[in-house]
Design a protein around this ligand. Sequence first.
Ligand code: FES
Length: 187
Amino acid sequence: MKTVTLEIDGKQVTAEEGMTLLQAANQVGIAIPTLCHDERLKPAGVCRICTVEISRGDWKRMVASCVYPVEEGLKVTTDNEHIRKIRRMLVELMWPAWTRVDKDLEPAHPRFDSGHPDCNMCGLCIRYCRQVLKKDVLYWEGRGVDRHLAYVPGMGKECVTCRQCFSLCTGGWIVACHGYDEEQPAK
Ligand code: FES
């Protein structure tokens, strides 16, 4: 097993080659907020909430830690005012993404709150359905601003009985769509 050594928040960290920055940070107890990430799924790097700053000499850049691989000698900063500003803005744009976001990032006065459950386009339900359940009931339909979540025709009913991705939904859309309520499950 090949390893690389990097610095995360001033700590020397040894990680297995191929690990992501998020995994390397987590293994030494450094938490990074995530939204579209789930350990059971292949990382997709959609939401950018896990943004961290990487640097090497004078060179610096922001990357999504859930997809960026560890590199020898890299310096990683997981939290500073600039990173928090980026994360807060992203959370605000996706609001209400209340179910999986660090409370510290919750906007006091969200400017873009649609006031109802919405799809955050995180893709967790699609990836979970495909990669874990091997069902492929959901997919993205349309392009650009018209892109939206859709059911393979005739397959939506299957979700009412399955519901396994419901707890992953970051915007509440899939739950609202099925009228799902834990105390009063949809029939
Ligand atoms: S958690 Fe990394 S991009 Fe969403």
